[in-house]
Write a protein that binds this ligand. Structure first.
Ligand SMILES: Cc1cc2nc3c(=O)[nH]c(=O)nc-3n(C[C@H](O)[C@H](O)[C@H](O)COP(=O)(O)OP(=O)(O)OC[C@H]3O[C@@H](n4cnc5c(N)ncnc54)[C@H](O)[C@@H]3O)c2cc1C
Length: 473
């Protein structure tokens, strides 16, 4: 069979043009394949290497700091293969079945078929609500960073950043470097956890050093850092005007006009779910994740998983996982295209990913999930803001209806049924169910993905003949 006809049988599609998706595309191209790359963002780069709009002129160093070199390398990699991939930006994949993806671009839906699929869909913030979190002026930490990276904006004039995880200090550093006024960084983890985890994080000393540097830099620049805090409420009526928190020394309050908060990240797993990939509970990430083997194969033939969408491992791991799944895909689809050097590279990538995994263990120790969150959450706190479902309503479903499985609680209360399709509230709702029922978080299950995985327009013809677009969902 000629090379051309061999390649015709392989139609790889990659969802996501972040570090994982780009390295996967680059690897497929380097082996003579022509992948389709679909991404809902207007340009490639993903979350960490998100590119600003064309008229926005901050330097790469200013935008990405220490990561400027890597950002450049990832951006360049994609720029160099543009003529050998079918790249579709601004294209949301909202459903997947039978080797076909339903997409939405410029208000139009279409279908993209594949023989092999790489899901490199990344992550979003893990949100744990607190009183006042729905006030205008309260953002997720990731959203606060997107405002800065994509538009050069601070979320406010007096910004509080709160939660836990490495992104907390990184965003604080980026904000202050960009000239924003960060009036407090409130970390629910204790500094002693971070010190205790140093040993485990030594597997990647340069990454550890960067984290230490951010904290030292913020301190040296007079940014007030508080650790071991417990958020009490964001105050304000029409928008946020302050934050109240407690620590070992008592209650504290500071005025602010914006809060960015988040507790590490959660993987975007809906497409894997809709495709029927097998999931299992990952204790480290406190989440049900699609299973994958050491090369990134899911439980479904021809579906591969790479990057943060399959478990939070960070951007460097995403690049390596993207390259590894692409090599795996090629070796499954057309083994003759894989040479000895590819097999050696696959082994190297696997061992580098194992090293990063050890580092991840350290990170989770350094910035532990706030175990007491669910227990301390008042009944009247809104957990699902799309459907306005409170912690009390979730508890009632557990206590009165005996529901302990999250899809059952959803059916009874509508938690997770709104526009965000549970991307914001599922983690918090699961914690409340587990705490209220006195069961392990792994036993609560996971909310099943439903197409469309994100809101899509519902187009109707009006009598006037004008096209009206409404939100479906
Ligand atoms: C808001 C945010 C900010 C972050 N900032 C940093 C940072 O500054 N430094 C750092 O080290 N780490 C950061 N992280 C973590 C970092 O983004 C990841 O480790 C890294 O980007 C993972 O790469 P990835 O390719 O797996 O996913 P991503 O970079 O997230 O890329 C995934 C891509 O998939 C696309 N996508 C997802 N679902 C669909 C769909 N259904 N249809 C079409 N396209 C889809 C997205 O538009 C995105 O471009 C951040 C994470 C988030 C959520």
């Amino acid at each position: 069979m000629s090379n051309a006809s061999k390649f015709d049988m392989i139609k790889p599609v990659i969802v996501g043009a972040g570090p994982a998706g780009i390295r996967a595309a680059q690897t497929l191209v380097s082996h003579g394949l022509r992948p389709t790359v679909l991404d809902e963002s207007p340009s490639w780069g993903g979350q960490i290497y998100r590119q600003p709009s064309v008229h926005f002129k901050r330097t790469k160093k200013g935008l990405y700091g220490f990561e400027a070199g890597r950002a450049d390398s990832v951006h360049q990699a994609m720029a160099e293969i543009l003529d050998r991939v079918d790249y579709h930006p601004d294209t949301l994949v909202w459903n997947a079945q039978d080797n076909q993806l339903d997409t939405l671009s410029s208000g139009k839906t279409s279908v993209s078929s594949y023989s092999h699929l790489i899901l490199a869909t990344g992550a979003t913030d893990r949100v744990l609500p607190f009183e006042g979190w729905t006030l205008p002026g309260v953002y997720s930490l990731g959203a606060a960073q997107i405002a800065l990276k994509a538009q050069g904006n601070s979320i406010g004039d007096r910004v509080v950043l709160m939660g836990t995880g490495p992104l907390l200090y990184l965003v604080a550093y980026q904000y202050v470097r960009a000239g924003a006024n960060v009036v407090a960084v409130l970390d629910t983890s204790k500094r002693k956890s971070q010190v205790a985890a140093t040993g485990s994080m030594l597997s990647l000393p340069s990454v550890l050093l960067k984290g230490v540097y951010y904290i030292a830099w913020l301190r040296a620049h007079g940014v007030p850092l508080f650790e071991g805090i417990n958020p009490i409420r964001a105050s304000g009526h029409e928008r946020v005007t302050g934050i109240v928190w407690e620590d070992d020394r008592g209650n504290h309050e500071i005025s602010c006009d914006a809060i960015g908060f988040g507790y590490a990240l959660r993987s975007e797993t809906q497409l894997a779910d809709i495709l029927g990939c097998r999931f299992s509970f990952d204790r480290l990430q406190r989440a049900h994740l699609p299973e994958r083997d050491e090369c990134g194969r899911s439980s479904i033939d021809g579906v591969y998983l790479a990057g943060d969408g399959a478990g939070i491992m960070g951007a460097d791991a995403a690049e390596k996982a993207g390259e590894l799944v692409a090599l795996t895909l090629i070796s499954d689809a057309q083994p003759s295209l894989i040479h000895e050097k590819d097999r050696t590279r696959m082994k190297e990538l696997q061992s580098e990913l194992s090293r990063i995994k050890r580092f991840r263990l350290g990170l989770e120790q350094a910035f532990p999930f706030p175990q007491n969150w669910a227990n301390q959450t008042p009944d009247d706190l809104i957990i699902c803001r799309c459907e306005e479902i409170s912690a009390g309503q979730i508890r009632q479903a557990v206590q009165v209806n005996g529901a302990i499985e999250i899809n059952r609680v959803k059916a009874l209360t509508r938690v997770g049924m709104g526009r965000c399709q549970s991307r914001m509230c599922a983690a918090a709702a699961a914690e409340i169910i587990a705490d209220c029922a006195g069961i392990d978080i792994s036993e609560v299950g996971r909310l099943r993905g439903q197409p469309p995985i994100k809101p899509i327009p519902f187009v109707t013809e009006q009598q006037t003949g004008e096209t009206q677009i409404r939100d479906k969902q």
